[in-house]
Design a protein around this ligand. Structure first.
Ligand SMILES: Cc1cc2nc3c(=O)[nH]c(=O)nc-3n(C[C@H](O)[C@H](O)[C@H](O)COP(=O)(O)OP(=O)(O)OC[C@H]3O[C@@H](n4cnc5c(N)ncnc54)[C@H](O)[C@@H]3O)c2cc1C
Length: 467
């Protein structure tokens, strides 16, 4: 029989997919074609599902673990993101402490620092070439308002007991040693971030867990999750524990329409820039970077010397729908290019070779969670907003401990475990509120740029969105 290669169709998904070496692209794995029994059924083969499978298989090689994936491993945000493997947890320390305690909030942040090193360890142990460089993150302040915000962030970190080894203030000269952006006035630095090639991690992990005995069925949508059962059009998976790892796509599952809202983040990549240009720009340790504007931007210098640069700002779509066409918003790509050139004018002479986007998952209170309901056996992890590359690993280890009922685990008492986010508003409120919020954030950045004063309306919107 001639095997027709099917995975090539995913290359246009992102720069990362397009630059995967052939063996990592592979073919789409066979779909489920009968009913199967397992101990754990996982829906979604992004980082959340794959890290969960990895730690479970490692903890107990005899466990029967099945992953059901609608497309192919790494199809979602995990194969398209900015490649910041950071210690950012998507909820502020204050918010976490309000629902638990100050110590618990600090413990969660320290667990996130450790998570970056845990991923480094697995990547090394499993021989995954994910272009790992732990160069940290620079948060560039480019206006007096941004300087004030950056200084306040450092003061806050100190108030929570984090020292200069975790977060530090950089003067303008110190910042310029990292990055030759325009209008640098100073900023922040944290060493707790690595730049990675995200699709290499997702695709590589899928191969690793498969070698460990995990069965991955691709091209297989779950149409319902019920206690003990995952239903697909081609058969059911019966398992005592069922894990939902569907993040931005969650709203398409019956019963979960208002659980996690998909918000689009869009990216572009330039062609590789010559060494002479990088000598001016810096980022010699592949530091990830952003600046202090309200509407988030993020970038990295890739291992092959491109800029990969992204930002929010694409509209939210009615009913939390997801379509391939939503990944492409020419106006957002044009704005991203404009901002990148504003930061690094030399980029204007180089071509943008890739544009893409994807859906990340936002819970109503912008507070990620992981948990397992002991009554139903249904577990979940998600709502990472834009900070899932690191957090999914902590989620996977935590789900492993919850599934195996390891009560002495330090992870299962972290404050995000079994946190219940409220449901999003029904439509049309959600559509009107979220898009109005996005517009205000953009206009707040323009207003701050014009007036040099902090925009109060942005603060209000951040509060409305629970951010
Ligand atoms: C453009 C972009 C840039 C980002 N940049 C960063 C960054 O730099 N750093 C960072 O920390 N985070 C970033 N994020 C967020 C990060 O990528 C995600 O938080 C993380 O990848 C989430 O992993 P996941 O496995 O939970 O979800 P996903 O990777 O989205 O995986 C979910 C999987 O479930 C599958 N699925 C969905 N529904 C079903 C179903 N019914 N049946 C079967 N399978 C289903 C999907 O096909 C998909 O493969 C970014 C996200 C985007 C979109």
């Amino acid at each position: 029989m001639v095997q027709v290669s099917t995975a090539g169709r995913y290359r246009p998904l992102s720069l990362w997919w397009d630059t995967l070496p052939g063996p990592l692209v592979g073919d789409v794995r066979p779909r489920l074609d009968m009913d199967v029994d397992a101990d754990v059924a996982i829906v979604g083969a992004g980082y959340t599902g794959l890290w969960t499978a990895y730690y479970l298989a490692k903890a107990d090689p005899a466990l029967r673990i099945v992953v059901v994936e609608r497309e192919t491993a790494g199809f979602g945000a995990s194969g398209r993101n900015g490649g910041w493997c950071s210690a950012l947890f998507p909820a502020s320390w204050g918010k976490i402490a309000r629902g638990s305690s100050r110590d618990a909030a600090v413990r969660l942040q320290r667990a996130m620092f450790d998570t970056v090193d845990e991923i480094a360890k697995v990547v090394a142990d499993e021989g995954l070439d994910v272009h790992w460089t732990k160069g940290g993150t620079v948060g560039i302040a480019r206006s007096p308002v941004q300087v004030a915000r950056a200084r306040a962030e450092i003061d806050e970190a100190r108030a929570w007991g984090f020292g200069a080894d975790d977060y530090s203030w950089l003067s303008a000269d110190e910042m310029r040693e990292h990055v030759g952006a325009t209008d640098v006035m100073g900023g922040t630095y944290t060493p707790h971030t690595a730049s990675i090639h995200p699709a290499r991690l997702a695709r590589g992990l899928a191969q690793v867990v498969e070698r460990m005995g995990v069965r991955i069925y691709e091209d297989t949508p779950a149409v319902a999750l019920e206690p003990g059962v995952v239903r697909t059009p081609f058969g059911v998976v019966r398992a005592e524990k069922v894990i939902r790892a569907t993040e931005g796509y969650t709203a398409s599952l019956p019963g979960y329409r208002r659980t996690v809202m998909p918000v689009y983040s869009l990216m572009l990549a330039t062609e590789p820039l010559p060494t002479a240009v990088w000598e001016q720009i810096g980022l010699a340790r592949r530091e990830t970077f952003n600046d202090g504007r309200h509407l988030i931007i993020y970038g990295q210098r890739t291992a092959d010397d491109r800029f990969a640069f992204g930002g929010r700002g694409a509209p939210y779509h009615y009913g939390s729908t997801i379509r391939p066409s939503y990944d492409r918003e020419p106006a957002v790509f044009a704005e991203l290019r404009r901002v990148l050139i504003e930061l690094f004018p030399a980029v204007a002479d180089y071509a943008v070779t890739h544009t893409w986007g994807g859906a990340l998952g936002v819970p109503r209170d912008w507070y990620a969670s992981v948990g397992l309901d002991p009554k139903t056996g249904i577990g979940w992890a998600g709502g990472y907003v834009g900070d899932g590359v690191g957090t999914t690993n902590l989620a996977g280890r935590t789900l492993c401990d919850l599934v195996l009922d390891r009560r002495d685990s330090d992870l299962v008492t972290l404050p995000w475990v079994n946190h219940q986010s409220p449901a999003w508003e029904p439509e049309p409120l959600r559509f009107l509120g979220v898009n109005a919020g996005l517009r205000v954030m953009t206009s707040a950045d323009h207003a701050e740029h014009r007036t040099g004063r902090p925009a109060k309306r942005a603060k209000l919107v951040e509060r409305f969105l629970g951010h």
